[in-house]
Design a protein around this ligand. Structure first.
Ligand code: HEC
Length: 177
């Protein structure tokens, strides 16, 4: 016997309510992840390095996590004019100058293991050796989820330079007494 139309409608409505509840739960879980990511990025102070001006004590409010114009320099080896420097890159979703074209997994791997998609291992000035030992995969995912929501800023940081190469931008160095 075919089901009565009323029963069919009731079943369809129940299915719809279930689907909506599942979608709401999914959205809530995603919102929780983003909120957790915002919290972690704040207390881990990614912006301390990845926001222009912060390393000089003047954080630019319109370029949050859009990279630093100031690099972090190394100790010059004997005979070299400088020790090279690395520039904290743009973490906003810009596709060309930020992380917009990276997959979630690629960003997570850079944060926890220092591996860039092109195979280069990041300088440990980026504290990935610490993050790799202390940050859970779920927390790394939350950080990535949050980074996807920050305003996109187009800004390319200066290229890193190796010891003795001409500096590509200003950089901080430790000077002895
Ligand atoms: C002490 C400074 C410092 C802190 C704090 C820091 N970073 Fe970095 N980060 C760097 C530097 C410098 C590089 C580039 C290193 C290199 O090129 O070898 C980098 C690279 C990266 C990269 C690779 C980007 C690319 O284009 O290659 C990602 C992703 C990243 N950091 C995310 C984060 C996140 C997320 C946080 C906070 C949880 C964070 N960083 C905290 C300094 C820092």
């Amino acid at each position: 016997m075919p089901p009565e139309p009323a029963r069919l409608i009731a079943a369809a409505m129940a299915a719809l309510a279930f689907a909506n509840a599942a979608a709401d739960e999914g959205n809530a879980a995603q919102a929780d992840g983003i909120e957790r990511g915002r919290y972690l990025v704040t207390i881990m102070e990614c912006a301390g390095c990845h926001t222009t001006g912060t390393l000089r004590g003047q954080r630019r409010l319109d370029g949050y996590l859009a990279g630093s114009e100031t690099g972090l320099g190394g100790v010059a080896p004997q005979g070299a004019t400088n020790g090279g420097a690395v520039f904290p890159p743009n973490l906003t979703p810009d596709r060309e100058t930020g992380l917009g074209s990276w997959t979630d997994e690629q960003i997570g791997r850079a944060i926890r293991f220092g591996q860039r998609p092109d195979g280069r291992i990041l300088s440990p000035v980026m504290p990935w050796p610490i993050y790799g030992n202390s940050l859970s995969e779920a927390d790394a995912r939350s950080i990535v989820a949050y980074l996807r929501t920050i305003p996109t800023v187009r800004y390319k940081v200066p290229e890193n330079f190796t010891p003795g190469e001409p500096p590509t931008g200003p950089y901080l160095v430790i000077v002895g007494p």
